[in-house]
Design a protein around this ligand. Structure first.
Ligand code: PSV
Ligand code: MN
Length: 391
């Protein structure tokens, strides 16, 4: 395998790249069959942020953490934000939760009952309060609403109710705050989901205004979907607000990004690099949305960040001029070959050198494993209840 050397521009892009971490990745998670506990798992949002800060300490590119409300409810968000800052990270996107309240059995923002819709809207106002106390500027909404059976409710009426609920949330937001609307094709609903695809999400965003943007989550598509096409189209429209990295073999598996299909990740990063959307200034928030059910959680996050960096570095290696020329002249094999050459280049030594030049360990995973942090927290975090979905 050829090894890479980065151009100064590629080095700069890799230095500027950031990836946001999800607080929930540090708590326990699992399937409906079993949730395995791990010694040292955080018991509250403070400990989750401390663990997230470890990922930033070793990778240097994960300075922000997403919270999920009410999983990350605390009495004092100013104190939580201060704790994050002291640990070296910042609280960023606030995620609402519309999927764990008994009232939402038949929908939240789309529910036929106006009182339940009002409750779901009010939850977003609570999330806005959290944003104001923490300095967050982005509110993320994933809508689990949908139907299990044809005829269960009126498909069009649900869209109208949704539009009205979203208008109320959007109207409560300040001019410098962004509403991120995530789509997912199925689960928990099996017949029809109310925001199943990027088109539906985009239509609602367009109706709301410029500060409403689409969230693309890798695991939220039918098998075989060309995700890089969607990335390209949303970037063209200026409406890709956030990208939830993870990988999947079957459905919404939430496994480590780059684990199932590193070539797909490379193709996605190619579109992002081409559209100049990599840098934080592009306005696209790249995040991990993952659950580490069986692997050590902090290590799983570090590995994921490294996988994103490797795919990005390979995308940055593509000879854009040669590619444009091959495309212009209709040289299909040369064009495809340029992508494959970049994909098959080993970028790991060059990335290690880049990290070392920034004062980081060349191998963040090995450095973290050798640090003793996991043993330290396992010894310290005795008693209490380990965090998981719902806490
Ligand atoms: C839904 O499956 C989702 O991707 C949304 O982003 C949620 O907020 C998140 O997972 C919870 O893990
Ligand atoms: Mn997601």
């Amino acid at each position: 395998m050829t090894t890479a050397t980065f151009t100064p521009a590629a080095q700069q892009a890799l230095r500027e790249q950031t990836v946001e971490l999800p607080s929930w990745a540090f708590g326990n998670s699992g399937t409906r069959f079993k949730v395995f506990g791990t010694p040292g798992t955080p018991r509250d949002p403070y400990e989750k942020l401390s663990d997230a800060a470890q990922v930033h300490r070793y990778t240097g590119i994960t300075p922000r953490v997403s919270l999920h409300i009410p999983w990350d409810l605390v009495d004092d968000y100013t104190a939580l934000a201060e704790h994050a800052r002291a640990e070296g990270v910042a609280i960023s996107v606030i995620n609402s939760n519309l999927f764990q309240d008994d009232d939402y059995k038949f929908g939240s923002l789309t529910n036929p009952d106006p009182a339940i819709r009002a409750k779901a809207v009010a939850h977003h106002l609570q999330c806005l309060d959290v944003m104001h106390a923490t300095g967050s500027k982005e509110l993320k909404l994933w809508l689990p609403d949908g139907l299990n059976y044809p005829g269960q409710d009126d498909l069009a009426a649900r869209q109208e109710r949704l539009a009205e609920s979203l208008r109320k949330i959007y109207a409560a937001m300040a001019d410098d705050e962004t509403l991120l609307i995530e789509y997912k094709f199925f689960e928990p609903a099996f017949y029809a989901t109310d925001i199943p695809d990027w088109g539906t999400s985009l239509l609602h965003c367009l109706a709301l205004g410029e500060r409403a943007k689409v969230v693309l989550d890798t695991g939220h598509h039918a098998p075989g979907t060309n995700i890089e096409f969607i990335v390209m189209q949303l970037l063209r429209a200026g409406r890709l607000g956030a990208f939830d990295f993870n990988s999947r073999f079957y459905a919404d598996d939430d496994l480590m990004v780059g684990a199932a299909d590193p070539f797909q990740l490379f193709r996605i990063m190619h579109e992002i690099v081409k559209a100049d959307a990599l840098a934080p200034a592009s306005g696209v928030n790249f995040m991990l949305d993952q659950c580490h059910n069986i692997e050590p959680k902090i290590q799983g996050q570090i590995r994921s960040v490294m996988n994103v960096q490797e795919a990005t570095a390979k995308a940055l290696l593509i000879d854009a001029d040669a590619l444009a020329e091959a495309q212009r002249s209709g040289d299909v094999l040369a064009a495809n070959g340029l992508l494959m050459d970049a994909y098959h280049t080993d970028v790991r030594p060059a990335l290690a050198a880049l990290r070392e030049a920034q004062g980081l360990a060349g191998d963040p995973l090995a450095a973290f494993r050798a640090s003793g942090y996991e043993k330290k927290v396992a010894d310290e975090r005795v008693g209490g209840t380990q965090a998981g979905w719902g806490a």
